[in-house]
Design a protein around this ligand. Structure first.
Ligand code: PEP
Ligand code: MG
Length: 753
């Protein structure tokens, strides 16, 4: 008999047992008989995790009285070691292993050889399957393989029958875990873990028709390779923030014959396609645990991603958690997310996001901030260590997430949460207080928005208006190009909701990491540097129809009111002129049609491209206002891709280079009619806002959550004193601007955070 056919025979017998109507305990009793017999082992036992310990549940060969009596802690004895390390053991002489713990009630002293494998469910050990033999011999690889396959079949039975501790109590080390990350959006949240790409449930483990399973895997591989080739040819691959490097690795694995072969072997042994993929994945995970090389471990993660993709294809369980809907308070877990993907989630249920990657100014983070959802990024290990449904406490203020918290941890968190709510409430009380400095200067504090619902934040925060309305959000959430009527409706709703507070609409900023498939198809020849590529106003001017439609929508929506419109990524003054001309043409057209026109129109530009700062004098008389987009500006000044997680923490907004640049802009425009402000994320952070005030910025458009804290800060500042200090620091920068400003603030009773 070949190895495969004997494995298949075991599986068939197991399958019969599993399919029978016997009680779970009876099934386990039969399983140990089948395995013991097939592997010619005197002993075969199953230990399962119950009430935190590994309990002997069934045995052939050990003293039957020990069943449900012998219990080992996780980490205790050989069985406990298998479960703790989620690793198999294969020993010719069990007693010589340092972790061996003799249990007299079992009568196992007669047996020398020992082999055991973990029973794994959702990447955690829920028990162990063990064989023992009187002769000292090591079990062969093929026997270990049979044990592992059996363990896999058992895991389904055990989990379904509820024989082990509730899933959430199952941790490798039995306890909670705290993982650090990088704060991307501050805030606290608690909820249950949901994977953006849900894990697959495997309904059938044993194959009915091996050839059919093989064909299913072939087809799935073909489809997966197709998807990857497609991704490689798409400019919007960048949407998910995934990188070429990942794509290359995907390709390498997708065409790796070894991987396909191992899956096929598992099918030969009698598993279904899904179970075979999972089985190989388990084996990879085990290997991964032994690898200390972070580079290789990263690669293994990519393989895991791909393996999940293959599982999704083969099982037909496609779609993200958003399409399945959130059922309770959720903390979303993902390797990375695109802004459009995040917007698909139900805002009432989505409480927080934890990303394995992510960076501070990536658009997904801006969207999350707009949604008021705290985000922790660069959280190493989150994908591995969390299970679907785990309870999580996200403290994005401190930059940590707690998995499966203990009672005490939850209590401490609740206290912090309550305090933070109190602080929010205190900031909310600032709503009606004006942001006036101690020296009497009125600062304009506005909000950045992008969704209709965001406008309610005006009333909640008492902000002066919307300094940046990102019109592209509507494009990002649509599957097709939003038609003019839909655009008009949104703009009208926004203006109505804002009442008499001003709203500055920014024309679409698409491209870069905000690719939309229906618009960027021309860029399908992938751009090398999308952030510096055909995006924002560049794309809008080349696709005249797009800007025309938007101009008409904005003009119509503002009938009888004032319209403030600004153009993103203006690099040279003529681009501003060309964009303005599109609006003026549409205005002329509406005039001929005798339509009601806006009462007033103010045109402005965003300063995001450093080149524009060199020609400030040419802007005079052309535009009414200028808004510095520090997110893009700093990525260009430092030549550091804002979406690249590796650069997320590298440069500081409070660097002399950036501050001197911003200072030069402020000085260049002083005394002109051009109204200057900042609308990047920088203005919403306290020390950064302080620096901006110190170099002469008087209008900040920021994330709504920051309005309270920034107003409070403004009211404590004396601008004369602050600008003198800033001028000195810019002339002779201290070793750390952040430290200097922080100390200055603290000395005046102003919190840095
Ligand atoms: C910016 O670049 O600073 C900005 C506000 O625009 P966005 O973040 O949408 O690119
Ligand atoms: Mg920008």
């Amino acid at each position: 008999m070949t190895a495969a056919s004997s494995a298949r025979l075991i599986l068939t017998r197991l399958h019969e047992v599993m399919a029978s109507r016997a009680q779970p305990q009876r099934k386990l009793d039969q399983v140990v008989e089948i395995i013991g017999e097939s592997l010619d082992s005197e002993v075969c036992s199953i230990y399962l995790l119950r009430e935190g310990a590994l309990e002997l549940f069934a045995t052939r060969g050990l003293n039957p009285d020990a069943v449900h009596v012998t219990r080992l802690a996780v980490g205790e004895g050989l069985v406990g070691t298998i479960a703790a390390n989620v690793e198999m053991l294969n020993l010719a002489e069990a007693a010589s292993h340092p972790d061996f713990a003799y249990r007299p009630e079992t009568g196992e002293d007669r047996f020398h050889s020992f082999a055991g494998v973990p029973i794994i469910h959702r990447a955690r050990a829920i028990g162990a399957l063990v064989v023992q033999h009187a002769d000292p011999r090591r079990y062969e690889d093929i026997e270990i393989e049979a044990l592992q396959t059996t363990a896999m079949v058992l895991s389904e039975l055990i989990a379904h029958a509820g024989l082990v501790d509730d899933e959430h109590a199952l941790e490798n080390d039995g306890g909670p875990r705290i993982l650090p990350g990088l704060t991307l959006v501050k805030g606290l949240a608690s909820g249950f873990a949901v994977f953006h790409q849900p894990r697959i449930t495997i309904d059938q483990v044993v194959a009915d028709d091996i050839e059919a399973e093989r064909q299913r895997v072939y087809r799935a591989f073909d489809k997966m390779r197709e998807q990857i080739e497609h991704m490689a040819s798409q400019a919007e691959f960048g949407v998910g923030g995934e990188h070429d490097e990942v794509l290359e690795t995907y390709k390498m694995f997708a065409y790796d014959e070894g991987w396909g072969r191992r899956i096929n072997e598992a099918i030969d042994n009698g598993l279904t396609a899904e179970a075979a993929i999972e089985r190989v994945q388990q084996r990879t995970r085990m290997r991964m645990r032994q690898i200390d090389d972070p580079l290789l471990a990263d690669r293994m993660h990519d393989l895991e991603d791909l393996s999940n993709r293959l599982l999704r294809i083969v099982s037909g369980q496609l779609g993200t958690a958003a399409t399945q809907g959130l059922r309770r308070d959720t903390i979303l877990i993902a390797r990375n997310l695109g802004p459009a993907e995040l917007l698909e989630y139900d805002r009432r249920r989505l409480k927080g996001v934890v990303l394995q990657e992510g960076s501070l100014t990536a658009h997904v983070v801006i969207v999350a901030r707009a949604m008021g959802v705290p985000v922790l990024g660069r959280c190493e290990g989150i994908m591995r260590q969390v299970s679907d449904g785990d309870e999580l406490l996200l403290d994005a203020d401190k930059g940590v997430v707690t998995l499966r918290p203990s009672q005490a941890m939850a209590e401490v968190f609740d206290t912090r949460f309550a305090k933070s709510r109190e602080r929010q409430a205190a900031y909310a009380e600032m709503r009606d207080l004006e942001p006036v400095t101690r020296c009497g200067t009125r600062i304009q504090v506005m909000i950045n928005a992008g969704l209709r619902d965001d406008i309610s934040m005006l009333a909640m925060t008492g902000a002066d208006g919307v300094g940046l309305f990102r019109t592209e959000f509507q494009f990002l959430v649509s599957a097709t190009l939003p038609q003019r009527e839909r655009q008009t409706r949104l703009y009208r709703d926004v203006l109505e909701a804002a009442g008499d507070k001003p709203v500055t609409f920014r024309t679409v900023d698409i491209g870069g990491d905000k690719a939309v498939p229906y618009l960027t198809s021309e860029a399908l020849e992938r751009e090398e540097n999308p952030a510096m590529g055909w995006r924002a106003l560049r794309l809008a001017l080349d696709r005249g129809g797009l800007l025309k439609a938007q101009a008409r929508s904005l003009l119509e929506a503002s009938a009888g009111r004032s319209l403030n419109v600004m153009f993103p990524m203006v690099s040279e003054p003529w681009e501003f002129d060309a964009a303005k001309a599109v609006f003026e043409d549409q205005l002329a057209y509406l005039r001929t049609r005798r339509k009601q026109l806006p009462e007033a129109i103010r045109y402005g530009a965003m300063l995001e491209v450093p080149a524009l700062a060199e020609v400030l004098e040419q802007l005079e008389g052309r535009l009414s206002f200028l808004s510095v987009g520090t997110n893009d500006l700093t990525q260009f000044l430092f030549a550091a891709d804002r979406a690249n997680p590796k650069l997320a923490e590298r440069y500081d907004w409070l660097s002399p280079a950036i501050l001197r640049f911003l200072d030069r802009i402020a000085k260049g425009l002083a005394g002109t009619q051009i109204d200057l402000g900042v609308c990047g994320e920088m203005g919403g952070r306290r020390l950064e806002a302080l620096a901006l005030l110190g170099i002469g910025y008087r209008r900040l458009s920021i994330t709504p959550a920051a309005v309270g804290p920034i107003k409070e800060l403004v009211r404590k500042v004396d601008l004369g004193e602050l600008s003198a200090a800033m001028a000195e620091w810019l002339r002779r920068p201290p070793p750390s601007m952040r430290v200097a400003l922080g100390e200055w603030a603290e000395a005046r009773g102003i919190d840095s955070e």
